[in-house]
Design a protein. Structure first.
Length: 113
């Protein structure tokens, strides 16, 4: 198996792209875009992580089986994040529901007696 040797120009280009993305992340942190802030920050972070995995970890030049494992792991992570975020979104509705807070207050008063 022959190893791929990347040119220093490629690494300098990747480094500059990472620095531009870091500056974009800092900019996005100071600009109030409402609910889009987290989406923009995650998109920039995902792009930076992709660059690091592809080039610095040499996944781009890896065998197909290794690429399949990386893809499956990323897909599994996406599933877990999606399930976690759906759970997180439903908890806001439960905390605003007045019937739950009334039941909690009634239970607390019974325990106090």
């Amino acid at each position: 198996m022959s190893e791929h040797i990347a040119s220093p120009k490629l690494y300098v280009g990747i480094f500059l792209a990472l620095m531009v993305c870091t500056a974009a992340t800092v900019w996005a942190a100071y600009v109030n875009l409402g609910p889009l802030n987290i989406i923009i920050a995650l998109a920039i972070a995902s792009f930076k992580a992709t660059l690091v995995v592809l080039f610095f970890m040499h996944a781009k030049y890896s065998p197909r089986r290794t690429q399949l494992v990386i893809f499956c792991a990323t897909f599994w992570l996406a599933i877990m994040l999606a399930l976690t975020l759906t759970d997180y979104e439903t908890r806001h509705e439960l905390s605003r529901d007045s019937s739950h807070s009334g039941a909690t207050a009634a239970l607390a008063s019974r325990i106090a007696r």
